[in-house]
Design a protein around this ligand. Structure first.
Ligand code: 0O2
Length: 209
């Protein structure tokens, strides 16, 4: 299998989607409106991770395109839980891709404590040989959810899911604290947003990279 050739459309899709979602944030800022998008990251899953996940789930190479939905991954970070719904509405209105699945791990938190909203899209990549449809996974999460998931992901990598009991309890505790932080921030959301709009007048954002 020629991995570089296989991954090329995914690389292109991640690049394009990052530009598009970052562009949305800029548009909100220029209009001096609260942006539901705080920042955007993206990655193409490393070859080793694709191989490991495929092995774990019994996915054959020829079925990778259909069965592995997160080879192209985009993360949209938001400030408040309420912003997740706003981002979803923006995604549902778009004409440049099709949503094919949504998984709400915010309402239905995973056993690990993980919270995020996952949207799987079918995205058309234009190539010199024509249009290729690929799957991409967009994860939408608050800053607190992202902080927790990032830390837990690195611990998971170290312990391969077999956490010592004390650490397991502590991780569960931090998930509750992250949840409480989101709740508190939501309570004072209007106050924060007003302050942010005053703090960041649109003239300062013309060159915002
Ligand atoms: P990476 O690239 O290292 O992030 P499952 O994969 O079985 O847990 P499902 O429904 O297939 O469940 O999940 P989905 O929608 O494919 O999402 C998988 C991705 O969500 C993971 O990618 C993580 O990015 C994130 N995720 C899911 N569960 C957890 C969790 O308990 N903790 C953390 N930190 N992240 C989680 P990968 O495969 O880990 O790859």
């Amino acid at each position: 299998m020629n991995w570089e050739e296989f991954l090329d459309p995914y690389v292109q899709a991640v690049g394009e989607l990052k530009v598009k979602f970052r562009g949305m944030r800029k548009q909100f800022q220029k209009k001096n409106r609260h942006s539901p998008i705080e920042f955007v990251t993206g990655r193409v899953k490393p070859i080793e991770s694709i191989k490991n996940k495929a092995k774990l789930r019994g996915v054959k190479k020829e079925n990778l395109e259909q069965e592995m939905q997160d080879i192209a991954g985009i993360r949209i970070m938001v400030q408040f839980v309420e912003d997740v719904e706003e981002v979803l509405e923006l995604l549902r209105d778009r004409k440049d891709f099709k949503i094919i699945q949504e998984r709400d791990y915010i309402k239905n938190q995973k056993a690990s404590g993980y919270r995020s909203y996952h949207v799987v899209i079918e995205y058309p990549v234009e190539t010199i040989d024509g249009r290729k449809l690929i799957l991409a996974e967009i994860q939408i999460r608050t800053l607190a959810m992202n902080f927790w998931a990032t830390i837990e992901h690195s611990l998971n990598y170290k312990y391969q899911g077999e956490f010592p009991e004390e650490l397991k309890e502590r991780i569960a505790k931090t998930a509750k604290i992250a949840y409480a932080l989101d709740e508190e921030m939501s309570q004072i959301r209007e106050e924060i947003q007003e302050a942010q709009l005053l703090f960041n007048p649109p003239a300062n954002k013309l060159n915002d990279g």
